[in-house]
Ligand binder design. Structure first.
Ligand SMILES: Nc1ncnc2c1ncn2[C@@H]1O[C@H](COP(=O)(O)OP(=O)(O)OP(=O)(O)O)[C@@H](O)[C@H]1O
Ligand SMILES: [Mg+2]
Length: 401
């Protein structure tokens, strides 16, 4: 209660007195850790002027991206008075007055989406010359830099930390899909969009930037071409088929393989059999040669159980048919060890069989149904179990397959 009142007071202070004043671009000098904590509690994001953001980013001089701007725009490091660090994402496109309402509605949804594993949006700017989002700054940058640190020694990362990053990321995505008021499909889960704080706690970034998908509408058909990033985008994203939240599960699966191997899934410098890591993992799993994987991935015996779980969850998550992929809340439980994992099917069969796609789909659907029955028999809680009313609704849809 006190916290809420204080939050409102801080918010009024920022909005009314300082931040919206174009004549006084100086930001408040009083942002202390306590205020930072309060900002975490705020319901509404803060509106910044473009002048304020120019000052904070020293005229957008400190670019955070590795090479070229991201799909939605470039990110710059900024500092508010008081040493409060932010990341400012300057969005591509114009600030047409006509889209202001829609922009504010989307920003307000993102700003009200709070979870320990999601990057916090502090505010935004919507002016003629600048459309930007202001995020909390994450000290350890993104997961790609930790996993593939250009010749550095990534073997020093504790396996436990990697496992925690996988579980935390899964929790963040599960929250977006299953717990917030409006389902948010990310569409671009990849290591570059998983940021890490000083304790290596993962935070999913850039959620809500793609079109928001209303929870009532389970599927979206993409009309404007493919989305996502090659290598992580689910097959249905680049084909004219319905796309649902299961496309994020697929991308998460691809990310899991990369966490497991501490390598990019595609590495053309390796022998052909190891070039594409997910298929190599499947081959090892199929032949019962998991020990090879442990050696190649430098995983110690004490971590074998978690590593095996991670591999199986990854194999389930990248199944060709979205219906076969688990819900993210189930992914969390499987990674944590709280749910039995049935033996995965070959996710890459469609790449080798040569059958026409329609035959394959029919066969896969048949398999999906029998698999669901099998899961229901062998696990205490199956993928098909629905803990929330929304999930029950979705389940009805699956059952009509
Ligand atoms: N809040 C932040 N704190 C710290 N570093 C960040 C933050 N946001 C982004 N970055 C860094 O900036 C890089 C570029 O981010 P950006 O979102 O522009 O590109 P991307 O993630 O590679 O592509 P996409 O636009 O598809 O998300 C990130 O990979 C990360 O290293
Ligand atoms: Mg990004």
């Amino acid at each position: 209660m006190i916290l809420t009142r204080l939050s409102v007071a801080v918010q009024r202070f920022f909005n009314g007195k300082k931040l919206s004043s174009a004549s006084n671009p100086q930001l408040p000098k009083c942002i202390t850790p306590a205020v930072h904590k309060l900002l975490d509690e705020l319901e509404k994001p803060i509106r910044f002027s473009s002048l304020q953001l120019k000052i904070a980013t020293q005229n957008f001089s400190s670019f955070l991206g590795a090479a070229g701007a991201g799909a939605y725009g470039a990110v710059y490091k900024g500092e508010l008075p008081g040493g409060f660090m932010v990341a400012v994402k300057v969005l591509n496109g114009s600030s047409d007055k006509k889209i202001e309402d829609q922009f504010l509605a989307e920003v307000s949804t993102i700003g009200r989406t709070h979870h320990i594993n999601l990057v916090l949006l502090y505010g935004f700017c919507f002016e003629k010359d600048l459309r930007a989002l202001v995020y909390e700054f994450l000290e350890k940058s993104s997961l790609d830099r930790l996993l593939f640190n250009g010749g550095g020694d990534n073997s020093t990362i504790e396996w436990e930390s990697l496992h925690n990053i996988a579980v935390g990321t899964a929790r963040g995505i599960a929250y977006l899909h299953e717990e917030c008021q409006q389902r948010i499909i990310h569409y671009d889960i990849k290591p570059e969009n998983i940021l890490l704080n000083s304790e290596l706690c993962p935070k999913v970034s850039d959620f809500g930037l793609a079109k928001l998908c209303n929870r009532e509408k389970t599927h979206m058909t993409l009309t404007e071409g493919g989305r996502g990033t090659p290598g992580y985008a689910a097959p249905e994203m680049w084909m004219p088929f319905p796309v649902s939240h299961k496309c994020d599960v697929y991308s998460f699966g691809m990310l899991l393989f990369e966490i497991l191997g501490r390598r990019r899934n595609m590495d053309e410098n390796l022998p052909e059999s190891q070039e594409w890591f997910p298929k190599w993992v499947w081959k090892k799993f199929e032949k019962g040669e998991f020990s090879d994987l442990m050696v190649v991935c430098r995983i110690e015996d004490k971590d074998r159980d978690k590593a095996e779980r991670m591999a199986m969850v990854a194999l389930w998550s990248v199944q060709y048919l979205p219906e076969l992929r688990p819900w993210m809340s189930h992914v969390v439980k499987m990674l944590e060890g709280g749910l039995n994992i049935p033996r995965p099917r070959n996710p890459f069969q469609h790449l080798t069989s040569g059958s026409p796609r329609s035959d394959l789909v029919a066969r896969f659907i048949e398999e999906a149904c029998s698999l669901k029955r099998e899961i229901a028999r062998t696990t205490s809680e199956s993928f098909a179990t629905c803990p929330t009313p929304t999930m029950q609704k979705y389940e009805i849809e699956i059952a009509t397959l």
